[in-house]
Ligand binder design. Structure first.
Ligand SMILES: [Zn+2]
Length: 84
């Protein structure tokens, strides 16, 4: 992530302070042992991007929620399957 920002700076003269970033729906810490969301947020901020948005939509929760075999699993796991 930080290398992307660095490349944008080098190739396009992008100022990280002018950037807005969005973390797309992906697997969250509620369903994966690593907190990828916090890692990405930290990398972006360290690269100078302060406007970081993360709707914290867990794709594993969405997949679980649409499963007819375990309709309440996402709720039990504590993450929201719906878009904010
Ligand atoms: Zn989850």
């Amino acid at each position: 992530m930080s290398s992307t920002v660095t490349t944008m700076q080098q190739k396009f003269g992008t100022n990280p302070a002018d950037c807005t970033s969005f973390i797309s729906p992906s697997i969250g810490p509620c369903h994966y042992e690593m907190d990828i969301w916090s890692h990405l947020e930290g990398q972006l901020r360290q690269a100078g991007v302060s406007d970081v948005h993360n709707p914290r939509v867990c794709t594993a929760a969405i997949s679980t929620a649409i499963s007819l075999t375990e309709p309440n699993k996402a709720k039990r796991d504590g993450c929201s399957p719906s878009l904010p």
